[in-house]
Write a protein that binds this ligand. Structure first.
Ligand SMILES: Cc1cc2nc3c(=O)[nH]c(=O)nc-3n(C[C@H](O)[C@H](O)[C@H](O)COP(=O)(O)O)c2cc1C
Ligand code: SF4
Ligand code: SF4
Length: 266
């Protein structure tokens, strides 16, 4: 069965999960969100992304409300959704359930996997973070999830009161707050103008001006820019969080910089 996996990933955890599942499921294509590629849905479709403040991230929500909704779903026999998180997926499975249903489909399977928590300001993410035990544990869970998906298991989240309210009122507020992150980001004097922050930004919200990053519209508050900086030069709320983490097994930097280069030569 051919699988297409749509994945939003800022710091590489969700991309890594997609890569692991693709490896186990066989013939699979991974598409990084946001994407301007035409959406062609295969027999098995996966949607993978991080949990932000208890909700799916804006690129996943926009994908489900836009291109996915409009796409021909007649081929789709099995749809799975996976949430990567630091602690708990909270409302994300229930919101995804509603969005996929509104788009005229139904998820057959949902699950979540705990990875490194990238929420700068809420959790300490140090350069010397021992990510190995956490990612090794995630590997075990991803292997079980791949087996269940391969067997066509059904796993649907139980009903959650207030999910409709959360979708209509709480999620837009959370996304609005995340969208203001760029206003509070700035580069300190130790910036070496390498451009890594601009290249990893999933929404291309950073431009290099006078050899320094400038944060424009479209920020989703993912912190990938701050977490990738080799000099830890990015300040958030004027403070240096000394934070550093990009999933070392996913190579998200290479994926994003290739897309960034392709976009900047258009
Ligand atoms: C702005 C922001 C909010 C987050 N909120 C949550 C949350 O509510 N619950 C949780 O368990 N993890 C939360 N996280 C952690 C991410 O969901 C987790 O690190 C995820 O695996 C990152 O995926 P990625 O590397 O594919 O971007 C948050 C991370 C960020 C940047
Ligand atoms: S990644 Fe860091 S050092 Fe490189 S341009 Fe951005 S802020 Fe400057
Ligand atoms: S500017 Fe930084 S925090 Fe905002 S979307 Fe881009 S990488 Fe994420």
């Amino acid at each position: 069965m051919k699988t297409t996996i749509y994945v939003m990933s800022a710091t590489g955890n969700s991309l890594y999960a997609a890569q692991k599942l693709a490896q186990s499921l066989g013939e699979s294509e991974i598409v990084l969100l946001p994407s301007d590629k035409p959406v062609i849905l295969t027999e098995r479709v996966g949607i993978i992304g991080p949990v932000y403040d208890g909700f799916p991230s804006p690129p996943v929500v926009n994908f489900l409300r836009g291109p996915f909704r409009q796409a021909d779903k007649s081929q789709v026999k099995y749809l799975f959704c996976l949430h990567t998180c630091g602690k708990s997926p909270t409302f994300a499975p229930h919101i995804i359930e509603k969005l996929v249903t509104e788009a005229g489909c139904a998820p057959s399977y949902q699950n979540s996997v705990r990875m490194i928590d990238t929420h700068v300001g809420m959790v300490p993410i140090r350069a010397k973070l021992d990510w190995k035990p956490i990612l090794d544990k995630a590997d075990g869970k991803l292997a079980r999830i791949a087996t269940e998906i391969g067997e066509g298991a059904l796993r649907i989240p139980s009903r959650r009161p207030l999910a409709g309210f959360a979708l209509r009122f709480l999620m837009p507020k959370a996304h609005q707050t995340q969208g203001k992150t760029g206003k509070y980001l700035s580069a300190s004097d130790v910036c070496i103008s390498c451009g890594a922050c601009a290249q990893i930004c999933p929404t291309c919200a950073i431009t290099m001006e006078k050899k320094k990053p400038r944060f424009g519209a479209g920020c989703i508050g993912c912190f990938a820019c701050l977490l990738v900086c080799p000099k830890q030069a990015l300040l958030y709320q004027m403070r240096n969080w000394q934070a550093s983490y990009i999933n070392p097994r996913s190579h998200i930097e290479t994926y994003r910089s290739t897309l960034w280069k392709a976009n900047s030569t258009k």
